[in-house]
Design a protein around this ligand. Structure first.
Ligand SMILES: Cc1cc2nc3c(=O)[nH]c(=O)nc-3n(C[C@H](O)[C@H](O)[C@H](O)COP(=O)(O)OP(=O)(O)OC[C@H]3O[C@@H](n4cnc5c(N)ncnc54)[C@H](O)[C@@H]3O)c2cc1C
Ligand code: FES
Length: 255
C-alpha cells in the first residue's frame, strides 16, 4: 500500500457523466490486483475530509492505471474536472481482490452498470491464465454498456440485457443469467453491480451450485480497516468491506 500524489495523464468523458481518469502511479499500477481499489482524496487542502474509493479499472502499461468515475456528488465532480498534469493524492492498492484459483478453468463474469469497473482487469487476468471467460452484462441502455468491446474481445460469449431493450434482452441481467450459467458451466461466477443485482446473482449461482465471488460497495471512511465505517452483516459476524473485501465469496456473506 502506498500514499502518493499521482499525476493525471488523461481524463476523458466516455459517456454522459462517466469519466475514465488515467493516473501515473508506477508502484500502484504494478501492485494492483483485479478487485482492489484506490482511495482518492478529492479537493485541495483536504476540503473533502473523506477520501472516495474507486476500483482499479485496468493498468495502462506498467506505470499508470485507470479508474472509471460516475459523477454522483461533489467528490466525483471534482475528480471529473481534473486535467492532464493536475495531481490527485491517493492511497492504494487497498482491499482484497478476486481470487483466481489454480484449478479455475471456466469463469462467468456478471457486470451490472458501473459494476463493470473492476471486471475488465479481471477478464484480462483470467485470459492470461488461459481461463475460458464468458460474460453477462446489463445496463440501463446501450450507451451505458461500458467497455463492451473490451469484454467482447476477452470473452468467448457476451450476453447483454438493457432496461430499455436498446441492445440485447429487454430486462434485467438476472433474467438471462440462469441460461448463461447452464451454457458456460463456470467453476466460478464473478460479479459486481448494484446490491439488488448481487443478491439475485448469489441466489441464482447457489441454485446451480456454482461458487460466486462479488465485489461489494459501502460508504467508507478510513479505507484500511480502522474505523468500522464500512461493516456488512455476514453469516455469523460482521465484515469490513474495505479490508476483508471488497470482494467476498458469497458463502462468507451467508448469501
Ligand atoms: C470498493 C468500492 C469501489 C468503488 N468503485 C467505484 C468505481 O469504480 N467507479 C465509481 O464511479 N464509483 C465507485 N464506487 C463508488 C464511489 O466511491 C462513490 O460514488 C463516491 O465515493 C461518491 O463520492 P461523491 O463525493 O461524488 O458523492 P457523495 O456526495 O459522497 O454522495 C452522492 C450520492 O452517492 C451515494 N454514494 C456515495 N458513495 C456511495 C457508495 N460507495 N455506494 C453507493 N452509493 C454511494 C450517496 O448516498 C449519495 O446519494 C466504489 C465504492 C466502493 C466502496
Ligand atoms: S472504511 Fe474504515 S473500517 Fe472500512
Amino acid at each position: 500500500m502506498h500514499q502518493i500524489t499521482a499525476r493525471v495523464v488523461e481524463n476523458k468523458e466516455i459517456t454522459r457523466d462517466i469519466f475514465r481518469l488515467t493516473l501515473f502511479a508506477p508502484a500502484v499500477a504494478r501492485e494492483s490486483k483485479p478487485g482492489q481499489f484506490v482511495h482518492l482524496q478529492c479537493g485541495v487542502n483536504q476540503s473533502y475530509i473523506l477520501r472516495r474509493p474507486f476500483s482499479v479499472h485496468q493498468t495502462v502499461g506498467v506505470d499508470a492505471f485507470d479508474v472509471l468515475i460516475r459523477v454522483v456528488g461533489d467528490g466525483t465532480k471534482w475528480l471529473a474536472a481534473r486535467r492532464p498534469k493536475d495531481s490527485v493524492n491517493l492511497i492504494g492498492p487497498l482491499g482484497r481482490g478476486f481470487t483466481i484459483g489454480a484449478e479455475l478453468k471456466r469463469a462467468l463474469i456478471v457486470a451490472g452498470g458501473m459494476g463493470v469497473a473492476p471486471l475488465v482487469f479481471l477478464a484480462l487476468k483470467l485470459a492470461e491464465e488461459k481461463v475460458k471467460v464468458y460474460t453477462v452484462m446489463g445496463a440501463a441502455s446501450k450507451d451505458q454498456l461500458l467497455d463492451f468491446m473490451d469484454l467482447k474481445r476477452l470473452t468467448r460469449k457476451i450476453a447483454v440485457s438493457t432496461d430499455d431493450g436498446s441492445q440485447g434482452h429487454k430486462g434485467l441481467v438476472t433474467d438471462i443469467l440462469g441460461k448463461e450459467i447452464e451454457e458456460a458451466d463456470p467453476d466460478v461466477v464473478f460479479a459486481c453491480g448494484p446490491l439488488a443485482m448481487l443478491r439475485a446473482v448469489a441466489g441464482i449461482s447457489r441454485r446451480y451450485s456454482t461458487s460466486c465471488q462479488m465485489s461489494l460497495e459501502a460508504r467508507m471512511a478510513c479505507g484500511v480497516g480502522a474505523c468500522l465505517g464500512c461493516t456488512v452483516g455476514a453469516k455469523d459476524n460482521y465484515l469490513k468491506v474495505c479490508s476483508d473485501g471488497p470482494v467476498f465469496d458469497t458463502q462468507e456473506l451467508g448469501w
